[in-house]
Design a protein. Structure first.
Lengths: 272, 272
């Protein structure tokens, strides 16, 4: 991971997590579940959110700034808790920061998909930039032969951020984007955006509980846990891990919507 | 307006217009209609769009960068073609750039509202930051006594940018936000966001054609025309004015949605 300093062992260093805004909190939440003793630092780039409608060039530029911030905080690993940044910037970040491990949210879900039986037709939904990048499509087709249907769903992020999760409008938006995928009869649906886990219930309902819904947050947290164990850098502490949140725009908005995502109060948030 | 250089008269200089992204094109379009011989420079801050969900501090910072860019292009006046930036930053910009006239989109529509007869109950819709700023409310209540109902409509911008203008989803979103305002029986509705003119038909339909809908783009363009005439700096040219578009993110996305707004092809767009 990164070169060890004297004062604090690599294992004791925090895990850095960044997202364009609050969506990455779904990944944060899963990481906290499986790694209760790790110290977590979360950075939400709320001054430049969203990434999903922006160009890969601009996303690479913003992601680089985010990783640099986390490295300065002394993290042992960086989790790119944003599908758009993972799709557009992961190779760039790995190349640009060779001394630190950078984990995106796309590879873990794909690694798990290919292990499953009876996968024939996969739907992938995400932001415009994620879908356009073809990152999921390439990652899957490099490994297995399945039919893939993709759909960008730009209204889902604002719906989630507005907290419109259980309203006729939610179902109408789902039908607007997913009628084609439903008709095509997919067996698996990948939620290729960290906001979408908040829509898992209406999505499950829409597909009559018959489609396997895969959420990248879940698999990324488990991959991270394995990666730390394999590298022998799991934090040996028995205390609950600390948590710090940093945002590039105002703290208040982040707190409000962030609590919807984490389903608990957010403590220390700092503007940077 | 600004200090005159030797080479080109003040009147011949271009008009600068900026917005967080493409919404300001509705203002651009109205300006072009009433001022066909002016040279227009448009800046869309697409790398940081949207402004409507961000804090006033961050919006002031971005607006300052935008105005500086336009001043460097030699404009004679700056039009803030964004309600959120007008609400959050207009006083700051006027103070920060005392040598150039800065025209926002809020004052012109309010000036026209107060001249109307039979205004008793006014609805104002806009982004979260515009509504929260209270800029419209203060501007109106400083002049006349009317009932004011406000509503932030965060889904309208993504709906418009997705081109979902005539779909059950459009009407459902309108009803989600405006049922209260409709029930309260407003006589006038101010579209306090430069994206909303694209929703004027479904809005008019929703209110059974019984509500006066006021669009800030229309009044801002007319105010600008008057201001140039009063200051004797209308461009004396008889040729069609030139047009340049600058964006801070990729040109392609802007072109696609921009043409939806302008209802004609966009020619020269430059990334800055």
């Amino acid at each position: 991971m990164i070169k060890q300093k004297k004062e604090i062992s690599l294992a004791e260093r925090p895990i850095g997590i960044f997202d364009s805004g609050i969506g990455g909190l779904t990944v944060f939440k899963e990481i906290r579940k499986v790694l209760p003793h790790e110290n977590l630092i979360y950075l939400g780039d709320t001054a430049r959110v969203p990434y999903g409608t922006k160009s890969p060039e601009v996303i690479r530029q913003y992601s680089e700034i985010n990783v640099r911030f986390l490295i300065e905080k002394g993290v042992k690993v960086v989790v790119v808790a944003c599908n758009t940044a993972s799709a557009a910037a992961i190779d760039h970040l790995k190349e640009h920061f060779p001394d630190i491990v950078v984990l995106g949210v796309i590879a873990p879900v794909v690694e798990n998909l290919i292990k499953l039986d009876h996968v024939q037709k996969v739907g992938i939904i995400g932001t415009a930039t994620t879908i356009r990048s073809g990152a999921y499509q390439r990652a899957i087709q490099d490994k297995i032969r399945v039919d893939i249907l993709v759909q960008a769903c730009p209204l889902f992020v604002p719906l989630v951020e507005e907290g419109i999760l259980d309203h006729p409008l939610t179902m109408q938006a789902i039908d607007y984007y997913l009628a084609g995928i439903k008709k095509a009869g997919v067996d698996t649906l990948i939620l290729g955006c960290t906001h979408y886990p908040l829509l898992v219930r209406p999505l499950d309902y829409y597909f009559n509980h018959r489609v396997r819904i895969m959420d990248s947050a879940y698999y990324t947290a488990r991959e991270l846990k394995k990666m730390l164990a394999d590298g022998r850098v799991t934090n040996p502490s028995r205390d609950p891990g600390t948590e710090s949140f940093f945002v590039t725009d105002s703290v208040d908005t982040f707190r409000h919507t962030g609590e919807l995502f984490l389903e608990r109060p957010l403590t220390i948030i700092e503007h940077v």
